[in-house]
Design a protein around this ligand. Structure first.
Ligand SMILES: [Zn+2]
Length: 639
């Protein structure tokens, strides 16, 4: 006998031809292989920066000289070099200003400056070493430098730019100025003209709507009044010139200590003896593999430091700087949090690549740069507090400082990072910015009408959190738990990270690497979660005993109604108390939208429930469960 129920008929939109359609990957070549790894002829260009700057705290003006050594690793001859002028977004006539909505927007322009004022742009004559003026055109926030002689493949050129700009007080949540009791905190980002990435996919990436960096060396000097402390990306090369004797001793102690060492205590902040002085001091920092940098300046900093243990007995130094306003437990623990977070990422994926990690409190909500982060000074110990923000911002050292993908695909930056944040949250029992159950509920109801692969500049404000962070993090988590299993997923993900360290992977490289390393065709997964705005609706359609006898087993018919495809987990409860699960792969949907499987029941079936742990963002939960007893016909639950 048949025990079938009819529920409110949701029209199925599922078509296996569409949902399992092969992703149209570019053909593999010697630069990027079909296995998603760099090929034998993989190339990239390189930019090494040497910058000398002086910051005047009264006028907020930074005056600098930048030397850029640009190496052409490409097979192409380059007649020009493009630089990105991050400060120009604050000009009144900038495109960022013109496209800032009236209502409050976190990254909109709220204050105008003159942007980068370029005093001189010069090129070094290779033979004579003489600096010659050069033709350079500013277009919006880009600078096009026409080279006197085209840059040949495998050759380098040295450019010099003298410039100044005023640090905006309200820098679109990327930079800014915060007054505190013991002095102002100045946070700098986008503070030097940075070369655009030239790659084999787009050529010059001048549309800088997504963060994309060319890893290289950054060596910089910042001159400020002696009472100020400077910290930022890179290793401090001249502690003996800028720190007191006692601070130098403490810093060396911190390099060997698992306990936090205070380089400058709260009490010392107001003591003149805690700074060498008077006059001006120049702080010198250097780091490799960066291509960008953040730094901050203030008289107000308390300074904590602790050793970070990395694989192969390597170590780094984690430092946290904050004003007395932040001198409470979450911040007092922040250097330890950094140590814990960095050690975990290093163990899980690949070792932290820098000698130092610096976190600085200030007005910026949260931003990550190479070896540096800024987080909001009032962040506390709650959800999305200091721990969660550090877990996220330090994760950016992996995605996308180290794995330097093009941020126009925001999921490659924020999504991959949010995913590793969740793994760290689980391993370290820390709270992340959003929980996975909340994310599943959100996704189950959301109608973004855009997909995770929508380019950054087209992604609607209302969709950004969902599509750049939440959806890709949930997707990868499900790929790990429901599709591949942790062991297979982690091995593939680690291979991707290691293969693309300090290189430029494309979305296809990621998709392919995960497929080839796991041995699966995952087109359906990428189509479902990244490339389309599809929704999931799995349902239990009918439950039928073989020959009408429970002891002969039961045939359960499932239907996939949405375009999204996922494996099916079905929990069967029997009247004899048996509870079992059937795990069916996504491939059951390959040949049609319904699937019947046999379950060897030995007594009457009480319930059949799809996705019993509610791991999937199913649209219509009302058709997920069948409730019944032998020989009765029951309507499904509607909750
Ligand atoms: Zn982020």
């Amino acid at each position: 006998m048949c025990i079938e129920y009819a529920h409110a008929q949701q029209k199925s939109v599922f078509d296996p031809q569409e949902s399992f359609k092969q992703v149209n990957f570019p053909a593999g070549n010697l630069v990027r292989t079909a296995s998603g790894k760099p090929g034998v002829q993989y190339w990239q260009n390189r930019a090494d920066y040497k910058i000398s700057a002086r910051f005047d705290t009264l006028s907020r003006q930074l005056r600098a000289t930048e030397e850029l050594i640009y190496f052409n690793g490409s097979p192409d001859v380059l007649p020009e070099v493009w630089l990105l002028l991050g400060q120009n977004r604050f000009r009144k006539d900038s495109r960022s200003t013109a496209t800032t909505p009236l209502e409050d927007s976190r990254f909109g322009i709220k204050e105008f400056t003159d942007g980068f004022v370029l005093e001189k742009v010069m090129v070094k004559n290779k033979k004579t070493g003489v600096w010659n003026k050069i033709d350079a055109k500013v277009m919006n926030d880009q600078l096009k430098i026409m080279l006197p002689e085209a840059l040949q493949t495998k050759e380098k050129i040295t450019l010099r730019i003298d410039y100044h700009f005023t640090l905006p007080k309200n820098g679109s949540d990327f930079m800014g100025v915060l007054p505190t009791t013991n002095g102002t905190i100045y946070q700098f980002s986008a503070w030097f003209p940075r070369v655009a990435v030239y790659d084999d996919i787009e050529g010059w990436n001048t549309a800088n709507s997504g963060y994309y960096i060319e890893p290289g060396k950054l060596d910089y000097k910042i001159t400020v009044p002696a009472e100020c402390i400077v910290q930022g990306s890179g290793q401090l090369l001249n502690p003996e010139q800028v720190l007191t004797k006692l601070q130098q001793v403490r810093l060396r102690e911190a390099e060997r200590s698992n306990q936090t060492v205070q380089i400058r205590t709260a009490k010392e902040v107001t003591m003149a003896s805690s700074r060498p002085g008077p006059g001006l001091l120049t702080w010198h920092f250097s780091t490799d593999h960066s291509g960008d940098g953040l730094f901050a300046v203030s008289r107000s900093f308390i300074w904590d430091a602790v050793k970070v243990d990395l694989p192969d007995k390597e170590t780094a130094l984690a430092m946290s700087l904050y004003p007395v306003e932040s001198n409470y437990l979450a911040w007092q623990k922040s250097a330890q949090t950094m140590k814990q977070v960095l050690e975990s990422y290093s163990r899980l994926w690949c070792p932290y690549p820098y000698k130092t990690a610096v976190n600085i409190a200030g007005s910026v909500t949260g931003i990550g740069g190479p070896g540096t982060s800024f987080i909001q000074y009032q962040s506390n110990g709650m959800a999305n507090g200091v721990w969660s923000k550090l877990n996220h911002e330090l994760g950016h050292n992996w995605f996308n400082m180290m794995i330097a993908g093009n941020g126009r695909q925001a999921w490659m930056v924020e999504g991959l990072n949010s995913f590793i944040n969740h793994i760290n949250g689980k391993v370290l029992q820390g709270e992340t910015a959003f929980t996975l159950p909340d994310a599943i509920n959100w996704l189950g109801k959301a109608d973004p009408n855009q997909c995770a692969a929508t380019p950054y500049e087209l992604m609607l404000y209302k969709n950004f959190a969902l599509l750049a962070y939440v959806k890709p993090a949930v997707a990868l988590n499900l790929l790990r738990t429901e599709v591949l299993g942790a062991r297979r997923f982690d091995a593939a993900f680690r291979t991707f990270v290691q293969a693309w360290k300090f290189k430029h992977p494309s979305p296809s490289d990621f998709f392919r690497c995960m497929e080839k390393e796991s041995g699966e065709n995952l087109s359906w997964f990428w189509q479902s979660w990244f490339l389309n705005d599809w929704t999931l609706d799995q349902s239990v359609e009918s439950v039928q005993y073989v020959n009408g006898l429970p002891e002969q087993g039961v045939n359960i018919k499932l239907v996939n109604k949405g375009k999204m495809v996922m494996p099916a987990v079905v929990e069967i409860v029997e009247s004899n108390g048996q509870v079992n699960r059937a795990n069916l792969p996504a491939e059951i949907w390959q040949k049609g939208g319904d699937w019947t499987f046999h379950y060897p029941s030995t007594s009457a079936v009480i319930s059949v429930r799809l996705d019993p742990d509610h791991n999937l963002p199913d649209r219509d939960l009302s058709n997920n469960t069948w409730h019944g007893t032998a020989n009765t016909i029951t309507q499904p639950t509607t909750k």
